[in-house]
Design a protein around this ligand. Structure first.
Ligand code: NAD
Length: 411
């Protein structure tokens, strides 16, 4: 099941549990605006090339729309649509005053030079500048884009509208980016895990963890778990997997990866079969790489008691069912990886305030938002007798529905 089908299914279940009026349900599903633009740029050799750029603005009932811009050859309008919708529920779960959006350009960024990427980003910004803005739609980096991309959008947008740092988040610190943004998603994963474990009278320091993916999210989550005394007993990335039943020294592993480019052959652990990682014996499994990795084939062999979905859509609906029957507790992606967008919100607030927070304040506020959202989800679980995924979806959908009704329907 693809991202669009899974998101729509979760939305419809939430709407049914909440008893949403059919008119509101339909209005919440249809995107506010879909933008498709042609972006033609001269390549470095002088030839002209055209790309198609998209921006789907899903909903703005709770505030400006928020979501990433990805550069990827398979950017497809249906997927962008699903991801925009997911952002609407995610920002509502985190209770930050935003709606949802997502965008992208169908291109292969590694085949473009830096100056071609800059031209493409500027042309895309020229085409959409009157439809995005600090109080309308605030893009951020996603797959294939980064802080530099946001810097170009900020610069191009500001030519039309004056200096506008809050038009994008995920910027370089020198241009108004927030301290703590790089670690925010991984840190949010750990705050969410702590809130979940506290419900069961457990804490990070007493448990074993397995982490798939050692990029931005996975490596920060691993580092913070290690700092708290938790035992990370197996880790994988695209290069392979390693394990150590006594706990991996994550600080040393990061150095090893920097030096060798791989996790493999680390002196503080043994290489292992990456296919075995997700079904390795542990207390908490944190998929932090790809979607759909937990599926019908492997779900019944999973031994973890808790799964924290740091990646988007790591558990397909069939696996969800199998794991629920086994009593595995799943902390859903819509909440677990919301730390990134929450600190993006702090970045936007700092830009509007014209005042930079120190990193401690950013991290403390992130913990407050993540912990509060967890308790809000638990309350929905109690009210509607549902699991954490439905607790999160009903929380998010209900908040957006309430805002929509309060705004009224008259033209
Ligand atoms: P990243 O590119 O920095 O890291 C991805 C990691 O996954 C890398 O270590 C890569 O080697 C590993 N990987 C790729 N294929 C693998 C495989 N087959 N087996 C094991 N590992 C594999 O990406 P990221 O920013 O860390 O994002 C990870 C996930 O978290 C994605 O699903 C992303 O959508 C989601 N997410 C990220 C953020 C954020 O702020 N970065 C926010 C929300 C959600």
């Amino acid at each position: 099941m693809n991202a669009l089908a899974a998101t729509s299914r979760n939305f419809r279940n939430a709407a049914r549990i909440l008893g949403l009026d059919a008119k509101i349900e339909k209005s919440l599903l249809i995107p506010f605006r879909e933008i498709k633009v042609e972006c033609t740029i001269p390549k470095d050799d002088g030839s002209l090339v055209s790309y198609v750029g998209f921006r789907v603005q899903h909903d703005n009932a709770r505030g400006p729309m928020k979501g990433g811009i990805r550069y990827h050859p398979e950017v497809d309008p249906d997927e962008v649509n699903a991801l925009a919708q997911l952002m609407t529920w995610k920002t509502a779960v985190a209770d930050i005053p935003y709606g949802g959006a997502k965008g992208g350009i169908g291109c292969t960024p590694r085949e473009l030079s830096k100056s071609e990427l800059e031209r493409l980003t500027r042309v895309f910004t020229q085409k959409i500048h009157d439809l995005i803005g600090t109080h309308t739609d605030v893009p951020a980096p996603d797959m294939g884009t980064n802080a530099q991309t946001m810097a170009w959008i900020l610069d191009e947008y500001s030519k039309f509208h004056g200096h506008s740092p809050a038009v994008v988040t995920g910027k370089p610190i020198d241009l108004g980016g927030s301290l703590g943004r790089e670690a925010a998603t991984g840190r949010g994963v750990v705050f969410g895990t702590e809130a979940l474990l506290a419900e069961y009278g457990k804490s990070v320091k007493d448990l074993t963890f397995v982490i798939q993916g050692f990029g931005n999210v996975g490596s920060w989550a691993a580092r913070l778990i290690h700092e708290r005394g938790g035992k990370v007993i197996a880790v994988s990335d695209i290069t392979g997997a390693i394990k150590n039943p006594n706990g991996i020294d994550i600080t040393e592993l990061i150095k090893h990866k920097e030096n060798t480019g791989s996790l493999l052959n680390f002196s503080g652990g043994d290489n292992m079969d990456p296919n075995e990682l997700l079904v390795h014996e542990c207390d908490v499994l944190i998929p932090s790489a790809l979607g759909g990795v937990l599926n019908r084939e492997n779900a019944s062999s999973v031994k973890a008691k808790f799964i924290v979905e740091a990646a988007n859509h790591p558990t397909d609906p069939e696996a969800d069912e199998i794991l629920s029957k086994k009593g595995v507790i799943i902390l859903p992606d819509i909440y677990a990886n919301a730390g990134g967008v929450t600190v993006s919100y702090f970045e936007w607030v700092q830009n509007i305030q014209g005042f930079m927070w120190d990193e401690e304040k950013v991290n403390n506020e992130l913990q407050r938002y993540m912990t509060r959202a967890f308790h809000n989800i638990k309350n929905m679980c109690k009210t509607h007798e549902c699991n954490l995924r439905m607790g999160a979806f009903t929380l998010g959908v209900n908040r957006v529905a309430r805002a929509t009704v309060l705004r009224g329907w008259e033209a």
